[in-house]
Design a binder for this molecule. Sequence first.
Ligand code: AMO
Length: 474
Amino acid sequence: LEFKDLDIGIMRTLTKDIINKENETVELMGWVAARRDHGKIIFIDLRDRSGLAQLVFVPSNKEVYELANKLRSEWVIKVSGKIAKRPKGMENAELETGLLEVQVENLEILNEAENLPIDVYSDGREIGEDVRMKYRYLDLRRPRLNSNLKNRAKIINFFRDFLVKKDFVEIETPIISKSTPEGARDYLVPSRLQPGKFYALPQSPQQYKQLLMVAGLERYFQIAKCFRDEDTRGDRQPEFTQLDLEMSFVKREDVMEVIESMLIETVKTLCPEKKIQQIPFPRLSYKEAVDNYGTDRPDLRKDKNNPDELAFCWVVDFPFFEKTENGDWTFTHNPFSAPIPEHLDDLMNKKNIGNILTTQYDVVLNGFEIGGGSIRNHQSGALVKVFEILGYPMDKIQANFGHMLEAFKYGAPPHGGIALGLDRIFAILFNEPNIREVMAFPKTGDGRDLMMEAPSEVDEKQLKELHLKIIDNK
Ligand code: AMO
């Protein structure tokens, strides 16, 4: 196989487009999806990114026919031939191109394939997940996963368009940054140039997006990768994607309105088979949710067996603080949130701490928390009070949050925002049981990438450069 001889792509037609090209001669490229031999005739289903087309090889075209005889599943080929109607009775109504076939005149084998370790045409649920993850690049050939990735991209594009039209600016924030207490455990990155110091991967862009408000951007969004060193579950991965946004000069209604209208328009436009149970989304206080449903993310679907039912709701008025096991105060959601305006005095005086409600709003879909946000404390005095209640000494507050406190001194506008957990939303919209099915390269329950074999050991030299020593504590 000589690459210099390949003349890829110049004349290429996609399989889906042959329906407009009856009697024309076209060139197609793709994979051998299936082969059937009927008497002397060889039928191949050719797969490309757009779908399938039937190729026909007849013995009279001897040289090509003999080459076709070698073809096996998943070989990569290039053919040219004439598009013709299939003979009566041979049509396939289930296929977009099912009335037509390609009478192949030339065949080139671009690459052979060994027998695949997993079936890529089944639904895939019958295959052990370890094998699927090890061969994820094959697993993703599966039509179900292939279309999950494409639909994911379509929805993300829709969100982008929607927000850009509303004057939001898409801004990337750093991935190697500073470790700060935000609720979950950080992934740490040792610094080569600053011995003994560490970056952390962001649990969310929370602080950067607030600093962008101080910078006067007013409306920010980002399709943001977030990293949290937590145990993995069906709706939780160590690395996941948020649609993150922040707005200046807003009340919580304004942020909720942007998100609610975006979600409704997305479902109506891209998932018309889905039915939103109630518009506007019902709102419950945390207390109502817990009293009536025993959870702060209630599943409000009337008919839980109907896969096309979408029951969104908002949960608001969460307690700001709760007691830990050892009796200290911790925050329930986000330390950067403001209390509801009626409770600002209590926060400033550190009174009735257990009763202070935060401006936090969570958006829930079919029993899953798909997003959350709040109006923030934009004055450093109030932010300091939160950290004091959390029991941080002043030097720790300065070391961890000094940059925020200082930034808020220079004209920080009132602001608030929200982040949606995109993987969770896609899993629900695509009727998938967990978020791994809607991510290209997810990790296993114990945080491994079985395909890349990560995490892995590193060279002694790399460790040395990073001023690290492994202490074997097995
Ligand atoms: P929060 O921590 O609530 O808020 O995260 C927002 C949303 O992200 C999703 N999510 C996850 N999805 C998959 N795997 C995970 N490990 C995971 N953790 C969270 C959830 C959740 O609702 N900075 C704030 C947002 C803000 O206040 O603006 C934040 O990150 O759907």
